[in-house]
Design a protein around this ligand. Sequence first.
Ligand SMILES: [Zn+2]
Length: 198
Amino acid sequence: MNFESSCQCSIEALKILSELQNVHAVVNVETILDLIHRVCAQGNSMVQCKDCTKTPQSSIVALPALSEKCLPLLEALCSAYDISTQPGFFDSAMLAFEQPPSPFICIRSKVIMGKTELDEGESRLLVRTVLGRSLMRLVQLMEGLKGIFLVMSKSSQMSHNSTSTLRACELSVETTISRLAVLMQILEGDGDHVPLLN
Ligand SMILES: [Zn+2]
């Protein structure tokens, strides 16, 4: 193996993975948004990296797992800001995917613009917007990965191991897309319930 020509993507991916694994059970909004931003940014560079996309032996196969680890954090963020269509909807939607409740508790953050602290309704609107954007970025990353795994799986020089690795990756990507779709639905449904004036 020629290490000189290979990219540095795996180092950063591993760093993010270990941070995701070490997230404290009580976590703030900034930590969640920052981690998701980094997963998306690193994911996008790997999707565009010619070393990473060449073979299923590259660390690109870790991206589905990294993305899956973001989901309970996003769910905790929704809970913290009461983002749901109706009481209980959130849990039942998640149960449809046989997911245990998020092990994380997200604590709200103060949002200050200049000298003005945003009130609860305003902060919530802001969080919804940022959350919506994060969900979109994750979906785009998943779509990009799907394409790459498809091309890899059509390659003729695939070992048996690589084939099963790719299958597991494709399955994980599909599950993540479905769960992101549920979160988007929740977010959209929630739009009707945002009180503009408290
Ligand atoms: Zn790379």
